[in-house]
Write a protein that binds this ligand. Structure first.
Ligand code: 13P
Ligand code: SF4
Length: 349
């Protein structure tokens, strides 16, 4: 576990990180991307970290890959690439810098390492897990294979490298249906998200069977709540992530990956939108879409929120939080991830 006191004293020795109006003024171009959602006083706190991280990134020849669930000061202030899991995995295959700082959860950093075994991949807080990734092990995959002999295993990227290595192919929320439909045979095993699998099963021509995992953030939404919300405000467009239950998805006007959601809101510009996913999503696009009113409630991912500017600066300063994957496992996991990327590309043509 990261020792917060040690982290702060190390940083205090090397950087002036006191809130600064001057630093805020010097970075006002970055602030302009989030000034509807980040108060000026907060930006004066973040700006010294943003300046220090952006300078250190150059010295370390590092690139920052950030998931759509990062907070606005990370997403707009320091990220080089932002996106959903598929976009980040593809971006990881194209990185030229020697160091990748993964601002997201551990399985995302592992995926970057698996695709870049010769590079240094840092995660600012190694304890940033995921309830889905924690729900299944390679033994679980073996159990499913024994239950459904010959059926291909499609594992969500929200899994450890060891689980990917035991699977035939990966998928993300952006390509799950296409990947499942492209598998041979009548039955396809999907792990570990039962809701993503049930949502795919409703649309797929295959018989889909699943592992019993779930996302602790998306499973909190209920169809009753959404119906009540729509009744209260009939104009609202409800946009959901496919990790939500099928009942919730049935209430939605659109369902897609986190980047699918961002694109949908950009294309349709509804007067009011409720993003049935993690809270930072709406915050990150609020400035680009001033005409859209984003309705609460939303749910916070406690794992994603472990990643902070302070921890990112510390990781880059000390080059700590390095992600290692056993080369034998990494080789097999790479096959499953690359299969997904190649198939996704060929199906998009
Ligand atoms: P996306 O691939 O849609 O970004 O989803 C990742 C995730 O963890 C959502 O909870
Ligand atoms: Fe995992 Fe859910 Fe958090 Fe995404 S939102 S990282 S699936 S726990």
């Amino acid at each position: 576990m990261l020792d917060a006191l040690n982290l702060r004293s190390v940083l205090a020795e090397h950087y002036d990180l006191a809130p600064s109006v001057e630093a805020a003024e010097a970075t006002r171009d970055l602030y302009a991307r989030m000034d509807r959602v980040v108060p000026p006083a907060d930006w004066a706190v973040y700006a010294p970290y943003v300046q220090a991280i952006n300078a250190l990134k150059k010295q370390r020849n590092a690139v920052i890959l950030a998931h759509n669930y990062m907070t606005p000061e990370i997403y707009h202030g320091i990220a080089d690439v932002v996106g959903d899991s598929l976009q980040l995995a593809i971006a990881a295959t194209r990185v030229e810098a020697q160091v990748i700082v993964q601002c997201g959860v551990h399985f995302m950093a592992e995926t970057s390492k698996v695709l870049n075994p010769e590079k240094t991949v840092l995660i600012p807080d190694p304890a940033a897990g995921c309830s889905l990734a924690e729900s299944i092990t390679p033994e679980g995959i073996a159990e499913m294979r024994a239950k459904y002999p010959g059926a291909p295993v499609v594992s969500y990227v929200n899994t450890t490298a060891a689980v990917k290595a035991a699977s035939d192919i990966c998928c993300t929320s952006a390509n799950a249906l296409q990947i499942v439909d492209a598998m041979e045979g009548d039955t396809v095993i999907m792990t570990p998200d039962r809701y993503l699998a049930q949502n795919v099963a409703k649309l797929s021509k295959k018989k889909v069977v699943w592992w019993d995992g779930s996302c602790i953030v998306h499973e909190l939404y209920t169809a009753e709540d959404l119906r009540a919300y729509r009744e209260h405000d009939p104009e609202v467009k409800i946009i959901a992530h496919p990790e939500c239950t099928p009942d919730v998805v049935a209430e939605a006007d659109y369902t897609g990956s986190t980047s699918g959601i961002v694109d949908w809101v950009h294309r349709h510009k509804p007067k009011k939108a409720m993003l049935v996913t993690e809270c930072s999503m709406a915050a990150n696009i609020a400035d680009e879409l001033p005409e859209v009113e984003f309705a609460k409630p939303c749910n916070m991912c406690p794992y994603m929120k472990k990643i902070t500017l302070e921890k990112i600066l510390f990781a880059l300063h000390t080059m700590s939080g390095e992600v290692e994957v056993d080369p034998a496992i990494a080789g097999k996991a790479r096959v499953a991830v690359e299969r997904m990327i190649d198939l996704s590309r060929s199906l998009a043509r």
